[in-house]
Design a protein around this ligand. Structure first.
Ligand code: NI
Length: 160
């Protein structure tokens, strides 16, 4: 029995284009968590806190549905085409932020937020450090934390 022909016609491949220089690409992953907090600066009195933070100074706490976005920068790996595997980035965000913060009271239950007034700004800075620690230096571009769909704080690191 004759061997099956592998190919009748040669596949035509056009010559590869000259490799264009590849710049930095940003890749973003989003995660969600729910948490309670209160904005209150113990260095000031009740009046100052109520005037500054309004209902967010409520001593009985309130909650937010937080949305956290982390953006990683880099050039795509020539083998995978990825700046970072998004599954890996998701796992980092869950370990750094979601596991310690989800369904917690940020003022009293989260060790790395002790003595931090949990505004979106301060949380973004605190989360940056934890995410970068797991990601390695020089890769994190931005942390953006939505406290509501209309309010977010964005942090680009200590050197930005
Ligand atoms: Ni709040």
């Amino acid at each position: 029995m004759p061997a099956k022909a592998t190919s009748k016609r040669p596949v035509r491949r056009s010559a590869p284009a000259a490799a264009a220089p590849v710049g930095v690409v940003h890749v973003t992953r989003q995660v969600h968590f729910n948490a309670a907090h209160r904005l209150y600066n113990p260095r000031f009195g009740r009046r100052w806190n109520e005037r500054t933070y309004g209902p967010c100074a409520n001593p009985h706490w309130h909650g937010h549905n937080y949305v956290l976005e982390a953006t990683v920068k880099g050039t795509p790996d020539p083998d995978t085409g990825f700046v970072i595997n998004l599954g890996e980035l998701k796992a980092i965000l869950i370990k750094a932020v979601v596991e310690p913060c989800d369904h917690r009271n940020l003022n009293v239950e989260v060790a790395f937020l002790r003595d931090v007034i949990p505004t979106a700004e301060n949380l973004a800075v605190a989360f940056w450090a934890r995410i970068e620690h797991l990601l390695g230096p020089g890769r994190l571009h931005r942390v953006r934390l939505y406290e509501t769909p209309r309010n977010c704080a964005e942090y680009l690191g200590p050197n930005a």
